[in-house]
Design a protein. Sequence first.
Length: 258
Amino acid sequence: MTTFISPDSTTIPTSLGDEHRPVVVSFRPPGIDAAPKELRYFCLRGLAEVPRLMLEVTSTPYDCIMYFSGENNYKSISPTGAMPIYTGPELNGEYIAQSGAIVRHIARETGFDGETVLDKAITDQVYETSKDISSNRASIFEEDQTKLKGLLSRSEDMLKGPYFLGEKISFGDVAMFYELSRIEEAKPGWLTTKGFTKLSSFLSQMIALPAISDYLQSPRRIPITENEVGDKPWARTGYKFMFPLNPETVAKTLLPEP
């Protein structure tokens, strides 16, 4: 069981590189008393943002433990020695690693991967396409945007209604939302300017969902860092938050673990 405390005084980190005890943010949707899942990652959006969004949209209780500089006790419980890692009551005390494995497990566990065999294949396809978009996202700052535009054009072709499965939302929609939101956060209006009006409308629709809207305004949402914008080369010192952390984000710290 995760054990955390509320410190008498709190220093709010300004960068992932600051020395600070791991912090814990919790989501407990009203009317749901299921035991919480546990997700561990650095205090970043990064590879944990899609799993967090999935847990939020599916109203799944969870604790997210987030690490800063100087703490690496997660290595002893991670199968790969890296994060993100996830556990839940359904895993009988075991942790799983690898972001894709975590995303697919949460999707299966919460029924967020479609109803039919075809649905499951399509939403997985959308998820993988979102990862390709992520790999090419920085080209919005470059002259040659051919590959990214091709991926976005194909994504518009795959969008069959309000969601990629038509009328029902799935984890592919959440992953695509995240990558499109990263583009728009870095360059507001870029999708519309480049003619991707269907994806722009899809993004607006997703932002308007109560679960996502609430999350984006909550202390569980981590500010973007300089490295995550993508307009400059990666730098070891580039994990400074571009906006201050919410004090509630660091209000609970993880007790030292063996």
